[in-house]
Write a protein of this length. Sequence first.
Length: 221
Amino acid sequence: MDSKRLEMLKQIASALAAQFGPNCEVVIHDLAAKDPEKSIVYIVNGHVTGRRLGDGPSTVVMEQILHGNENPQDHLGYLTRTPDGKILKSSTIYIRDSRGKITAILSINFDISALLMMENALDGLIHTAVEEPRGREERITVLNVSDLLDDLIEQSVALVGKPVALMNKDDKARAIQFLSQHGAFLITKSGDKVAKYFGISKYTLYSYIDLKQEEKRHEQN
């Protein structure tokens, strides 16, 4: 990302944070960063999530780094949970260069925890005996990269549909291939944690990853 574009994004980020106050965190991620776990190049009100300059990305940012979708849609107004339990209303905006390539992400995270408490208190006062049907709840995504691996492991186990103790070789291979496809192994020392969790050796872990890559090569030929 060039310096002029970065300075413009910093100006916008500072303005947004000033407009909405200390509960509004605004973050700039550089998708060209050499280390995907250090994508944050600017952050205002980092106390909202506890992140700092040089910290890592959210699930949404990690997926963009991994898959490099050329035309992703901005993701606006979704819910995010921080490791300490705050509920945030978040938006992810993709920034393109003059050639249309996505080089950065502008993220806005507004802490609505107190507002939700107020909503619950008011709801208890005004609700009627006949409950109205509620809309489908949004999935609350994990924000901090340190918790991203745990979240992906949970998803891989849910995908297989059985606990690790009951998984056979094919089940474990399927779970690990899911992790590989969703960027789990971009996270530092993730291989050790995944191998230990599934009760396999590092050699077996990498053989499962290579198996998926080999299948892709056969499909392309």
